[in-house]
Design a protein around this ligand. Structure first.
Ligand code: FES
Ligand code: FES
Length: 174
């Protein structure tokens, strides 16, 4: 097939239909009609107005878009929403419970772990996933396993201190 033929077929082919996608987002059932190529990040921000999750690079390189899907941290910019039909999604808006901040949110404030705050929702969601994974045992582990979350303000020492505090508190309880 020539390049021209390919282009013609693309331009004259039928438009893809929208697809019904059911998600549970922060405990609420949501149904969305989405294009097949809509990312989870765009579904959250543009269709559900949950703009706490940030779009940094949109290429899986910065971690600003990190959310929890069925308890696991993922880059929502690399995730096609229709592939998560039926999933439980937790964003930064869903971490506080009944007006009480999540321990990681409290720790980030206590340790002054942000400057501009753009990376912070992704950092906190990623840290929640990290602690649930139970693999990090030390500060170097935290640094390594949080390396997918970039902070352009360089707040790393405070971010690590905040995560360590919560990780230790969870460890003390278990
Ligand atoms: S916006 Fe998803 S990794 Fe950067
Ligand atoms: S606090 Fe500004 S990018 Fe992290």
């Amino acid at each position: 097939m020539t390049q021209a033929t390919k282009v013609t077929r693309t331009m004259t082919g039928p438009m893809p239909v929208k697809i019904l996608v059911a998600l549970k987002v922060n405990g609420q059932s949501r149904q969305l009609m989405l294009s097949p190529w809509t990312t989870l990040l765009d579904a959250l921000r543009d269709h559900l107005d949950l703009t706490g999750t940030k779009k940094g690079c949109d290429h899986g390189q910065c971690g600003a878009c990190t959310v929890l899907v069925d308890g696991r941290r993922i880059n929502s910019c690399l995730t096609i929403a229709v592939m998560k039909d039926g999933a439980n999604v937790t964003t930064i808006e869903g971490l506080a419970k009944e007006g009480v901040l999540h321990p990681l949110q409290q720790a980030f404030i206590a340790h002054d772990a942000f400057q501009c705050g753009y990376c912070t929702p992704g950092q906190i969601c990623s840290a929640a996933g990290l602690i649930a994974e139970g693999k990090a045992k030390s500060v170097p582990d935290i640094r390594e396993l949080m390396s997918g979350n970039i902070c352009r303000c360089g707040a790393y020492p405070n971010i690590v201190a905040a995560i360590k505090q919560v990780m230790d508190a969870v460890g003390d309880k278990s």
